[in-house]
Design a protein around this ligand. Structure first.
Ligand code: ASP
Length: 368
C-alpha cells in the first residue's frame, strides 16, 4: 500500500536537479570545515573526532510521511546520538519512490560517489538511502561500478518515517555506523536492513511489507550490526567484480529488458523488446532455464540476430548454469533483475558472448 501511494506522488520529486549540485548540509557544529582527520582518527580509547560519513538521500519509504517526503537532512537530524558515531554530511540526490529510479540515475549516482571518494580522501564511508523496491538493482550497479575500498552502504525502510515501529531511523543509524567502521572496508557494496549486512550481489527484497524483507540467497548474510559493534560472519573481501565497470565514459547505458516466462507464454514480449531497441533480454524462466517452445524460439531468433540473451529464473533461488555454448547463457545465481544490471554493464564493454559469460561466472565464483 505504501509503495503504491508513494509512487503515485512521485512527481513531487523534482529535487532531482539537486543531484549534481550536491547540496551538502552540515550536521551539528562539526563537519567539513573542521579539517577532518582520517577515518581512523579515533585513538584506542575512542577519543578524537569520529569518522566522517556522507549520506546521499534518494527518497523511498524511509523518507515518506503523509504530509510529504522528508529530506535526507531531516532523516539524519532525527537520529539521537549520531554525533558520537560519525560526523555526517548529507546530500539530497533525488526524492523519489524507487520504482521511479532509472539506469540513468544509477549512472549519475555512481559517478557522484566516485567523485566524492576521489575528492575526499578523509571520508570514511558513504550511505545511500533508497526505496526498497529496486534497492537491490541500484546496490548491484554501485557494487559493479564503484572501485574504492571504502564502504558504500545502501539502506531504506519498510515502514514510513512516522509509522509506529518505523524501521528507518534504526536502519539509517546502523548504516552510518557501518560506513564509519574500518572493518567495512574491502567488502562488496553493502545493504543494511533490519540489523543485517548483505552483500549487494545476491540480495533480494523477498516480502512486500515485513521489516525482515531482505534476504541473501547467496553468499548469505555477511554480518550484523549489534548494539555495541559491527559483527562479521564472513571474512573481508571485496567480492567478485567490485568496481569492474567504472562507467566513466558512459553517457547512456544499453537497453536490456526482462521478459517473464509462464505457462502459455509466446514470443511476443521478446519481439517487442527487440523492436524497442533492446540489445539484451533477460528471461525470468520457469525453473532452471525453461520456457514454452514459442518463447524459446523468439529468444533463439533474438540471439541469432545479435542480441544478448540471458536466462535467469523466476524461482527466487538456485542457479541457471551459465554455459554459453548454445548461443544463450544462464545467469548463474543472479535474479532476473540483478542479471539485467550485470548484462547492461557487460554490454558496455563487450558484445562477445563468451566474455559476457565469464562475467556471469565471475560474479558467483567458479562453480557457476
Ligand atoms: N515504494 C517504496 C520504494 O520507494 C517502498 C520502500 O521504500 O520500501 O521503493
Amino acid at each position: 500500500m505504501f509503495g503504491l501511494f508513494e509512487d503515485d506522488v512521485a512527481p513531487r520529486q523534482e529535487a532531482d536537479r539537486a543531484a549534481f549540485t550536491g547540496v551538502l548540509v552540515v550536521v551539528g557544529a562539526l563537519l567539513l570545515a573542521a579539517a577532518p582527520g582520517p577515518a581512523q582518527a579515533r585513538d584506542v580509547a575512542g577519543h578524537g573526532d569520529p569518522p566522517r560519513v556522507h549520506v546521499i538521500a534518494t527518497g523511498g519509504t524511509i523518507a515518506y510521511t503523509p504530509d510529504g517526503s522528508l529530506t535526507g537532512e531531516a532523516l539524519v537530524a532525527a537520529l539521537p546520538g549520531l554525533e558520537r558515531v560519525a560526523r555526517v554530511s548529507v546530500e539530497e540526490f533525488l526524492n523519489v519512490g524507487s520504482s521511479q529510479i532509472t539506469p540513468d540515475h544509477w549512472l549519475r549516482l555512481s559517478l557522484r560517489i566516485q567523485d566524492i571518494y576521489r575528492q575526499q580522501p578523509d571520508l570514511a564511508g558513504v550511505v545511500v538511502t533508497h526505496g526498497t523496491d529496486t534497492l537491490e538493482e541500484t546496490a548491484l550497479f554501485l557494487h559493479l561500478t564503484v572501485a574504492d575500498a571504502r564502504p558504500v552502504v545502501v539502506t531504506g525502510a519498510m515502514r514510513p518515517a512516522q509509522a509506529a515501529g518505523a524501521d528507518g531511523p534504526a536502519n539509517l543509524m546502523n548504516a552510518v555506523r557501518l560506513a564509519a567502521d574500518t572493518t567495512a572496508r574491502d567488502r562488496p557494496v553493502l545493504v543494511l536492513m533490519n540489523d543485517r549486512i548483505h552483500a549487494a550481489p545476491g540480495v533480494q527484497k523477498a516480502h512486500t511489507t515485513r521489516v525482515d524483507a531482505f534476504v541473501s540467497v547467496w553468499p548469505g548474510v555477511l554480518g550484523v550490526t549489534d548494539p555495541d559493534l559491527v559483527s562479521w560472519q564472513l571474512p573481508a573481501a571485496p567480492g567478485p567484480l567490485r568496481g569492474a565497470f567504472p562507467v566513466m565514459q558512459e553517457t547512456r547505458l544499453p537497453r536490456v529488458d526482462i521478459v517473464y516466462a509462464y505457462a502459455g507464454a509466446d514470443g511476443s514480449a521478446v519481439r517487442a523488446a527487440a523492436d524497442a531497441g533492446a540489445r539484451g533480454v533477460v528471461v525470468a524462466t520457469v525453473g532452471r532455464g525453461n520456457m514454452p517452445a514459442a518463447q524459446r524460439e523468439a529468444v533463439n531468433a533474438f540471439a541469432t540476430g545479435g542480441g544478448a540473451a540471458v536466462l535467469a529464473s523466476r524461482t527466487q533461488a538456485g542457479r541457471v548454469p551459465v554455459d554459453p555454448s548454445g548461443g544463450i547463457m544462464g545467469a548463474g545465481d543472479l535474479s532476473p533483475q540483478q542479471a539485467r544490471v550485470l548484462l547492461i554493464l557487460a554490454l558496455t564493454t563487450t558484445t562477445d558472448l563468451g566474455e559476457a559469460a565469464r562475467l556471469f561466472q565471475a560474479i558467483r565464483g567458479p562453480e557457476s
